[in-house]
Design a protein around this ligand. Sequence first.
Ligand SMILES: [Zn+2]
Length: 287
Amino acid sequence: MTSTDDQHDWRTDGVRVIKGNQLDPNTPQTPGMNRQAAIDHARVGAQKIWAGTVTIHPNAKTGAHHHGALESVIYVVRGKARMRWGERLEFVAEADAGDFIYVPPYVPHQEINASPFEAALAALDRGGLEPLDATVSMFREALVRENHTLKRALTDPRLFSGIGNAYSDEILHAARLSPLKLTRSLADDEIERLHAAVRDTLALWIDQLRQELAGQFPEKVTAFRERMAVHGRFRQPCPVCGAPVQRIVYAENECNYCARCQTGGRLLADRSLSRLLKDDWPRRLEE
Ligand SMILES: [Zn+2]
């Protein structure tokens, strides 16, 4: 599968077309917007880029943020986008359908739909650390850069590309780690276990997706998630231990986990969780 393999199967490892109706909503979301991945590691094995679409609701805007070391390109497909940037968002520019926007690393900015009536649609490209290619030490470095819950750190696109809500649940279950455990509290063997779980889980789903697309199944990407271990399986038995899968509902997110496998049997209460997570739910990034 890597470019150093001697044997290539160009039929399955070659050029890929991702149809507009096969985009994957399992990617970090922001209120007022819908983001869908087209090109990422999970879908096509992309190593250094992420591409997809974002629909910005009328009048919606992001908070001020930056994308860390990542470079981003936005292409406006429909509507009018307004960008503000600078330490106090003091600079403004607008882009119409057909225009490109380049966002350099670390520039504080805000994206706004400049129309009160019309949704804006943009295509997005950006770089990111590819978790499948990260060594344990690269992975550790990104993970403990800030002290956050594992759930948030794994789904932070500034740290890792291509791990959305669903895959992060599956990864944490495979690693037998609580979604609320803080990144800086992890022991070395836990980091190694998590690193292995990221690679195994993503590789598994890449393979499943390939088989599915090669078989030309017309179903949407969501259908194959029925085979996941915990994600989207509230109250169903954990495939490892048989205990019912639990969930945490927070804002528009849901996190699924197995208490027996991941939290020593402890249930993570929604209410105490909201307090704990207040500023630490998966980041509402960005674009
Ligand atoms: Zn279990």
